[in-house]
Design a protein around this ligand. Structure first.
Ligand SMILES: Cc1ncc(COP(=O)(O)O)c(C=O)c1O
Length: 395
């Protein structure tokens, strides 16, 4: 490999950490894989039926238009609450949200520019920056702020570092589960837009926050300083179909077609059919699953009140972010220790930023209620033994 664009980038962290776990036999004999954000429910039956029928049609084996199926772009424009003019020409279908973000960064930044990430960050976006010749600036969100977005702190950093050309905000957030207040997002956008700083909001988990970007004043900024990046992976359980979207202005969208044509030509045709069926007939199924997963997060909040050594920092429908008690261990060592004692595979905080040694992320959504109960039981038992040992040491 001759390109330093990739050699400085960390290896895909989830398989990397799971490979480390493989050499350990957990004491409980059962493995709770809470490492990756995959819905615990399979693709809805209505989508599968539509897909099964579609594959018999010749055209489904062929490319779609470069920006994606018109009907899917229209369905997004018709249903997304921030697209007030309902113009499908604002919507680019992508091969997932990661691809949408890569496209957004290419559109709005020149090599050498800096992008602001809130830390803990979603690791794939930190990985994307060097590959595009971009630099990262990191602003930590504070435990004391409940891991929430504070517009004033973001603006202060943007003022202090004029090399920043874009800021990435993720709400609902991975890894913390925090849902940002729409007013705070708006305040950042209002500051950034006239100064030529792009605010790229990743709304992959939008359906899991009933108040998501609930601020119509954001609409006029779409394509004028605000880009939305979204996904069908999580809400319709289509992670393997690889479909997402980007929303901007029709002008910027036309420019994005150069990237799209070069990288994928078009997103997977069958994946787009699946996403369209999701929008058309699965909203009720999504509401049911969202309510159920909200219940999982409540369960985590309730159960973890009993913790004495570990501490729950924040939780949302997909993620719970914990502070571990092992001050002498790295987050990777602490996560392996947790796995050995409980069978829970989480992810070390440092996957989400160098400052995150004290934390472990659990993806609470990808197991059944029953398994989540069992995993929480194991966590509380382990926590109890950690707290007791710590107390004995102090005596
Ligand atoms: C915040 C965030 N953005 C994007 C993605 C990737 O989504 P997609 O499957 O649509 O590429 C994920 C997946 O975990 C995510 O957590």
């Amino acid at each position: 490999v001759n390109s330093s664009l990739t050699t400085s980038v960390l290896a895909p962290p989830i398989p990397d950490f799971k490979a480390q776990c493989r050499s350990i036999q957990p004491a409980t004999g059962h493995i709770f894989d809470l490492s990756q954000a995959v819905p615990s429910y399979p693709t809805f039956p209505k989508i599968r039926e539509a897909v099964a029928q579609s594959v018999t049609r010749d055209e489904v084996g062929f490319y779609t238009d470069v920006p994606g199926l018109f009907d899917l772009r229209k369905a997004i424009a018709d249903t997304h609450f921030l697209i007030s003019d309902r113009d499908p020409n604002r919507v680019l279908i992508t091969s997932g949200a990661n691809h949408a973000m890569f496209t957004a960064l290419m559109l709005h930044c020149n090599a050498g520019d800096t992008v602001l990430l809130l830390e803990p960050f979603y690791f794939n976006y930190d990985m994307a920056l060097p590959m595009l010749g971009l630099k990262a600036d990191y602003l930590s969100v504070a435990e004391a702020d409940g891991m929430q977005l504070h517009a004033k702190k973001v603006i202060a950093r943007l003022e202090a570092n004029p090399a920043i050309r874009a800021v990435i905000l993720i709400t609902p957030n991975n890894p913390t589960g925090a849902c940002y207040a729409a007013e705070e997002v708006l305040e950042v956008v209002k500051w950034a837009s006239p100064r030529g700083v792009e605010v790229i909001v990743d709304e992959t988990y939008l359906k899991f926050d009933p108040h998501h970007l609930n601020q119509s004043a954001l609409s006029p900024y779409l394509g004028k300083g605000l880009t939305l990046v979204g996904s069908f992976s999580k809400c319709y359980s289509l992670t393997g179909y690889r479909v997402g979207y980007l929303v901007t202005s029709p002008d910027i969208l036309r420019e994005s077609l150069k990237i799209q044509d070069t990288v994928v030509i078009c997103p997977s045709h069958i994946g787009q059919i699946a996403a369209l069926e999701g929008i058309r007939v699965c909203e009720e199924d999504v509401r049911r699953e969202v309510a159920r997963m909200g219940g999982l997060a409540d369960k985590v909040r309730e159960a973890t009140k009993a913790l004495r050594a570990f501490r729950l920092i924040s939780a949302g429908s997909f993620f719970a972010y914990f502070k571990h008690p092992f001050t002498h261990l790295t987050s990777a060592q602490a996560s392996l220790h947790l796995f050995e004692a409980t069978g829970i595979i989480g992810l070390p905080g440092t996957v989400f930023g160098k400052s995150q040694e004290a934390y472990i992320r659990l993806s609470i959504s990808n197991v059944s209620e029953n398994d989540l109960d069992r995993a929480l039981g194991e966590l509380i038992r382990f926590d109890d033994s950690c707290a007791t040992r710590a107390k004995e040491k102090m005596l």
